[in-house]
Design a protein around this ligand. Structure first.
Ligand SMILES: [Zn+2]
Length: 417
């Protein structure tokens, strides 16, 4: 019964969002011509055309719903054609972002007075770092903004300021572990108790820890929390302490998870994540196809909350690699390289050969070129991917600079050329 009532409330909110978009957005006026939102039924809503990444990229300014003077923040996300897409935020949208992140922090058990250390970018028009900063302030907690990279600086601050919670990309934690080992720092005697992980999955499809998470835990006893978020939705799905998928914030996002035919998938099944933003003023999105595929869990969580949860992103529709009749998603390649402790950094390049077929090149550190681990890696590629990629060996520092780029929010582990 409670689920029905919640869905009704969620539906009323998405109708308000639709009404607002139709009133203010030139794009949606064209896209949804001849719709009377007040009379629309849930069935009719599910018949509305989707909004795609291409729509947003090609008609960016037509999504804007407020006069320019009311834009408080211009954040960008990478567009489908490589051209950045701008998401315009009003002051109220910033408050919405702060509420989202505060509630994410509460899901992981953070409290007022806790100290966070931010290991991601906060400038360069990226939303994530800004959202974390606003959320920490909203929680009445504290933040040390170190930014990405530089393990020495990160450790100096951890030892000096004693933060309890790190915000980081999981593969960067491997760099922190390496540095700690080389410099005699006992990780498990520090103040750090948990990490909000962004940008990379730390769970397998069955929600158990993936190889990257297990590798971190083999050295460092801290709690890892997975998150899924995007600039377009201005909200995050964050794991609670039960680690059974990221919780939907029902006040901020109307979620649909759809199969190939556009039907909602059942509890535990996988589909494409389609979102509508609730309560946004600057750039509302209705039935926006993220291209991300994940499983949805609708039954109540062990933590007692009833909100739907999403499992790890199993693939991005635009990141499928077609190779000799087989389809490979990048996580299956990551798994091979993350499973070897000798490999501290790598990068995958996918490009087309002269026949238009995908080819895969892996950049690795030159110190592993003539070692037994390379033989194991080649065997695993044959067995698990049914393909042996090309390998290129590079100096460690140079390779790291190609993966952990200063202007990128996430490590650039894969590029499509
Ligand atoms: Zn939960």
């Amino acid at each position: 019964m409670s689920e029905v009532i919640e869905n009704t409330i969620g539906f009323q909110q998405v109708l308000r969002a639709l009404e607002y978009a139709l009133k203010h957005s030139p794009f949606y006026q064209r896209h949804f011509s001849a719709i009377v939102p007040k009379n629309i039924t849930p069935e009719a809503f599910r018949q509305l055309p989707f909004t795609g990444k291409e729509d947003l990229s090609q008609n960016n300014r037509d999504f804007l719903c407020v006069p320019q003077q009311q834009i408080a923040e211009y954040v960008t996300t990478s567009g489908t054609s490589g051209k950045p897409v701008t998401i315009y935020l009003t002051k109220n949208d910033l408050l919405r972002l702060a509420k989202n992140e505060k509630e994410s922090f509460e899901l992981i058990g953070a409290k007022p007075g806790d100290l966070f250390q931010l290991m991601t970018t906060i400038d360069k028009q990226f939303m994530a770092g800004l959202a974390y900063y606003l959320g920490v302030q909203e929680l009445n907690a504290g933040m040390i903004r170190i930014g990405p990279g530089v393990p020495a600086l990160q450790w100096n601050s951890i030892l000096e300021n004693n933060p309890a919670i790190l915000i980081a990309v999981p593969s960067f934690l491997i760099n922190l572990i390496d540095y700690a080992k080389q410099n005699g720092i006992d990780m498990n005697q520090t103040s750090v108790r948990s990490v909000i992980c962004i940008g990379e999955p730390i769970r397998e499809e069955d929600l158990s820890e993936n190889i990257l998470a297990r590798r971190i835990h083999s050295d460092w006893n801290l709690e890892l929390f997975s998150t899924y978020a995007s600039t377009e939705m201005g909200a995050a799905f964050t794991e609670c302490e039960a680690h059974q998928g990221g919780h939907l914030n029902e006040e901020l996002i109307y979620l649909e998870v759809l199969d190939e035919e556009g039907n909602e998938v059942l509890h535990g099944e996988k589909g494409e994540i389609v979102i509508s933003t609730l309560g946004t003023e600057g750039t509302p999105l209705i039935r926006y196809k993220t291209g991300d595929v994940a499983r949805i869990y609708r039954e109540p969580c062990a933590c007692g909350r009833n909100s739907a949860r999403l499992g790890p992103i199993l693939g991005r529709k635009n990141q499928m690699i077609k190779f000799k009749g087989t389809t490979i998603f990048p996580p299956s390649i990551y798994e091979i390289f993350d499973s070897h402790s000798e490999v501290s950094c790598y990068k995958i390049e996918v490009s087309k050969d002269y026949l238009g077929h995908d080819t895969i090149t892996i950049l690795l550190e030159n110190k592993i070129e003539h070692t037994p681990v390379m033989i194991e890696i080649i065997e695993e590629c044959k067995a698990k991917l049914r393909v042996v990629p090309h390998f290129v060996f590079l100096e460690t520092d140079y390779l790291r600079s190609q993966v952990f780029k200063n202007h990128m929010r996430k490590p650039e582990k894969i590029v499509f050329k």
